[in-house]
Design a protein around this ligand. Structure first.
Ligand SMILES: Cc1cc2nc3c(=O)[nH]c(=O)nc-3n(C[C@H](O)[C@H](O)[C@H](O)COP(=O)(O)OP(=O)(O)OC[C@H]3O[C@@H](n4cnc5c(N)ncnc54)[C@H](O)[C@@H]3O)c2cc1C
Length: 388
């Protein structure tokens, strides 16, 4: 593992920092915009046009042919400037890398540049009412009729479903095959006739995910990724990408800094227990950062993120919850009130943040499933009945 940045990389960091300083006001304007989704797309496009999105993706598909290290530098600088995550996060971090590996040339040219620019927002249609941890039990059915798949079924917990333009989804194409061998991986426009999206409110009060219903939805065959019935292998690769990466570390750093400022109340942290706690979380965050660097070194050496991504995912979810809980505790009992109460503290952001943090040990595979993956694929222990 090589942890040093070269002189050229440090110079690149400086250029990136200067560009962000000159343009950050566009990102700050997103939250106050009349149409925040469009404003967030515009911000992503601005960053992309400046060459700061899709650093490690091939130039032929709208990327920069730069190094993963440069990608990390940009992410670090964005976090340093307290910029929000990019809106097309699912397309950028999950589908894009999957298409680079498994898409056809036509699919890569068609989809990747529009993911990078934010022109097309993506959601992920994997989970169903009867298929979450045991994802291979999914029942959404696709039947090939001429040049189209006809899809009928339901997806659940689809993040960004209410605003997405496209969905990548798993469907059952061969019900007679063993369950992992009858699944295919499709790409579908969200405005195709027969699709309806029902937004779901989460415990923190936000509307980020949804149910998506498919009623005889026609998807052209050219939007099949990989082989017919070969979707499970691709789904595994997608999930490894979903669970890997340094982006979690970078957003946690921001949460921890806020916690630190809150506990210090403008000075040093006076309470010895709070001080110990803050120090402990920094130590854990550094551990997580080095896990991320290790994964990055693997990728630089041409190895795909594998089951070790599950270690980072598990650890990051736990740390995120501890930080959110500590922030809530430090703020006192009124911090538990929601914004409807006249006594609310900070518009109820801390309690909403705490509820949101709980979702991190479920989304992308639960912590119990991460334990199973680590046991089986990292430690080589016998299989459990769990999936994904
Ligand atoms: C914030 C958030 C965002 C999400 N976004 C998306 C999205 O965009 N697209 C999408 O497709 N899905 C999404 N999901 C769904 C998520 O992937 C599933 O919720 C998750 O995989 C768990 O599935 P489930 O909810 O059906 O729970 P279940 O699988 O029914 O699990 C219930 C409980 O049983 C435990 N359990 C199950 N099997 C085992 C086992 N073998 N060993 C030990 N314990 C086990 C689980 O850990 C859990 O505690 C999101 C979820 C959340 C919370």
């Amino acid at each position: 593992m090589d942890l040093k940045f070269s002189a050229a990389e440090e110079a690149y960091r400086l250029r990136c920092r200067e560009w962000i300083a000159a343009n950050a006001h566009h990102a700050a304007a997103v939250a106050k915009a009349a149409d925040p989704v469009q404003a967030a797309r515009d911000w992503q496009r601005r960053l992309w046009e400046a060459g700061y999105v899709g650093l490690a993706w091939p130039k032929a598909y709208g990327g920069q042919d730069a190094t993963l290290t440069q990608q990390v530098i940009v992410s670090e600088e964005m976090a340093r400037a307290k910029l929000p995550p990019l809106i097309n996060t699912i397309g950028l971090s999950i589908l894009g890398p999957t298409l680079v590996l498994h898409g056809t040339e036509a699919q890569r040219r068609r989809f990747l540049p529009r993911i990078l620019s934010g022109e097309e927002l993506w959601c992920q249609g994997f989970s169903e009412p009867g298929a979450g941890s045991d994802l291979a039990s999914l029942t959404t059915r696709a039947v090939l009729e001429g040049d189209d798949f006809v899809v009928t079924g339901q997806k659940l917990w689809t993040s960004l479903g209410p605003i997405a333009d496209w969905c990548f989804l798993l469907v059952r194409t061969d019900p007679s095959a063993p369950k992992r061998e009858g699944i295919s991986y499709l790409l579908c426009r969200m405005d195709t006739p027969g699709i309806s999206v029902r937004p779901l409110r989460n415990a923190g009060g936000g509307v980020h995910f949804s149910e998506v219903f498919f009623d005889s939805v026609r998807i052209p065959r050219e939007h099949l990724v990989g082989e017919l019935h070969g979707g499970w292998k691709i789904a595994r690769s997608t999930l490894d990408h979903e669970r890997s990466g340094l982006s979690g570390v970078i957003s946690l750093e921001g949460s921890l800094e806020r916690l630190w400022r809150q506990a210090a109340a403008g000075g040093e942290i006076a309470d010895a227990v709070a001080r110990q706690q803050a120090a402990q979380y920094w130590i854990e965050l550094e551990g997580l950062r080095y896990l991320g660097f290790r994964a990055l070194s693997d990728q630089l050496a041409g190895r795909q993120p594998g089951a070790s991504a599950s270690v980072g995912k598990l650890f990051a979810a736990k740390l995120r919850q501890k930080i959110a809980r500590a922030a809530l505790d430090n703020a006192g009992p009124y911090a538990c009130l929601t914004k409807k109460s006249p006594h609310v503290v900070g518009k109820g952001r801390l309690v909403a943040g705490y509820f949101d943090s709980l979702g991190y040990s479920i989304g992308g595979g639960t912590s119990e499933i991460m334990h199973n993956v680590i046991a089986e694929r990292v430690l080589g222990l016998p299989r459990s009945s769990g999936e994904a």
